[in-house]
Write a protein that binds this ligand. Structure first.
Ligand code: GLN
Length: 542
């Protein structure tokens, strides 16, 4: 069949969950046997979110092909189990960069280069390129921002043109908000009407409306919205608050969102999507009663989106293990040896988070000292792994001033150092060691047992690395380097076998955990935390 293009726009307010709706629809279509992918358009000028502070934009997600991407791509992968790539995340900056490159190259010789048609053509090319190169049945394109933003206008103009050019092979789903006014005890449709009008003024008639709401929207009110907005009554769907984002695909299917979209696009509707493995996951979630208390030590704890993929990976692993995970966020800037007991006791497992720079680093060392002393399952990720190595070198090897050259360029014991190929790099954007790399694991390691194999591939995002000059000394002192990149010899995984579960990974296992294929290493960590909670830990009061 021809590739079908679905555009998802949002109105009224931001943060309505366009990414979750897009991912849920993709999960349903995939479960019907279609080849699906999801693309995110971000209307900011940055080339990618790699240089953005997590406070601005939440976590930076990394694709296998080494693109630093919007965190919504993480949702897409977690919901669909389909890998995304550089082509799945396009920003205004990237569009302008290629238009300007073409202009300098002379591709538009003699012409005035304009938003319409040059920028809009480039946007359209990015949508179609994904459809044709991937051989997809459906390409779902989520337009970031809210209708009415100046920044989104070129994207919406491209959507208008594509709907015109593609006819039935294009469709627009508009997500809006229906607020509940408590004092009047009423749901209000006016913001939705205004938002659809704004879209219509741009020449886009939505085919399907998804209404985000806290209360059930009755058939009458949906009918009213349908009438005001020129949308078929059965194509007005509600997205009511649920206790887990992973329940949204089921909620969408109950209201036939997948069928509505297929019918409107001329795709025959046969049978039902196979959501059995997904339902099994949700059953586990609903039946999990016991709590698992995990600590996350990091400096962005005020903003949970900063650790989105770690949270989701923990959630996947705990759910499959029949536990409800409760994460205690511990601010690394406020953690010291003298309050570690108070802040960390009662936890079943502790994660030392990734990060950049000096701020909060001493709290990570204090946490690690406490974790080793109490033999709590401990998982260091990226900077967390580097901190494990530094703390071990300081407190076990006795190299008191051991450090990473990221924190102290003059340290005499640079147990973590800038990678050789990083030394000549001056540009900050997209220049880290990014994307999936192979790792060979020692067969008798915790990591190899977790993955069930010794050759793995996981995603990276860092400039600094374990300094192999210290490998022998650290190994003699009890820290094993159990995972190594076969091509470069870079150490990717460390473990301390004398402790029950003390594992650090230079890579980010959290990027590859999905509902249907949860991360094996998070699974192993969660199991260690459960065993520890049964046998050893004093229970935390909740
Ligand atoms: N700041 C460290 C580095 O660049 C770790 C990065 C991370 O935790 N993602 O190597």
């Amino acid at each position: 069949m021809d590739t079908k293009y679905i555009f998802v726009t949002g109105g009224v307010v931001s943060s309505l969950g366009k990414g979750i709706i897009s991912a849920s629809l993709a999960a349903l279509l995939k479960a019907r046997g279609f080849r699906v992918t999801i693309q995110k358009f971000d209307p900011y000028i940055n080339i990618d979110p790699g240089t953005l502070n997590p406070y601005e934009h939440g976590e930076c997600y990394v694709t296998e092909d080494g693109h630093e991407a919007d965190l919504d791509l993480g949702h897409y992968e977690r919901f669909t189990n389909i890998r995304t790539s550089r082509a799945n995340n396009v920003t205004t900056g990237r569009i302008y960069q290629s238009v300007i490159d073409k202009e300098r190259h002379g591709d538009y010789l003699g012409k005035t280069v304009q938003i319409v048609p040059h920028v809009t053509d480039e946007i359209k090319r990015a949508v179609r390129a994904l459809g044709s190169t991937g051989g997809y049945d459906f390409v779902i394109t989520e337009i970031g921002g809210t209708v009415g933003d100046i920044e989104s206008l070129p994207f919406l103009e491209a959507v208008r043109q594509m709907r015109w050019e593609l006819g039935q092979n294009a469709l627009c789903i508009h997500l809006t908000y229906v607020p509940y006014i408590a004092a009047a005890k009423e749901l209000k449709t006016k913001p939705t009407q205004h938002s659809v009008k704004q879209l219509q003024e741009l020449g886009i008639q939505p085919d399907v409306l998804v209404l985000r709401t806290e209360k059930n929207i009755g058939a009458d009110m949906r009918g009213k919205i349908a009438r005001f907005c020129n949308v078929a009554p059965d194509a007005v769907v509600q997205s009511i608050d649920v206790d887990s984002i992973y329940k949204v695909p089921m909620k969408m299917h109950e209201q036939h969102l997948d069928e509505i979209v297929m019918r409107k696009m001329g795709v025959p509707v046969q049978g039902e999507p196979d959501m059995a493995p997904w339902s099994a996951f949700l059953d586990k979630l609903d039946n999990a009663t016991e709590t698992l208390n995990i600590g996350l030590v990091g400096k962005y704890v005020e903003l949970q989106d900063a650790y989105k993929s770690i949270n989701e990976s923990l959630f996947h692993a705990a759910t499959y293990a029949g536990r409800r995970v409760k994460v205690r966020y511990i601010h690394s800037e406020k953690l010291r040896d003298d309050n570690a007991d108070e802040q960390l006791s009662g936890l079943d497992g502790i994660i030392i988070a990734p990060g950049f720079g000096q701020r909060g680093i001493d709290g990570k060392f204090a946490a690690l000292r406490w974790c080793r002393a109490h033999d709590v399952p401990t998982f260091g990720i990226c900077l967390g792994m580097q901190c494990m190595v530094i703390e071990y070198a300081r407190d076990v090897l006795g190299l008191a001033d051991a450090n990473s050259t990221e924190m102290d360029t003059t340290t005499p014991h640079n147990v973590i150092d800038l990678m050789e190929e990083q030394k000549s790099i001056t540009n900050m954007g997209g220049t880290m060691r990014l994307g999936a790399y192979d790792c060979e694991l020692a067969p008798d390691s915790i990591a190899a047992r977790a993955y069930g194999k010794t050759r793995i591939s996981e995603r990276h995002r860092h400039r600094f690395e374990f300094n192999n000059a210290y490998r022998d000394d650290l190994e003699k002192a009890g820290m094993r380097c159990v995972g190594v990149n076969p091509a470069t010899g870079l150490v990717e995984v460390v473990e301390v076998p004398a402790l029950r579960w003390f594992v650090g990974t230079q890579y980010h296992p959290e990027y590859s955990s999905t509902v249907l294929a949860p991360s094996p290493l998070f699974g192993s960590f969660v199991q260690a935390a459960i065993d520890y909670s049964k046998n050893n830990a004093p229970k935390a009061e909740n």
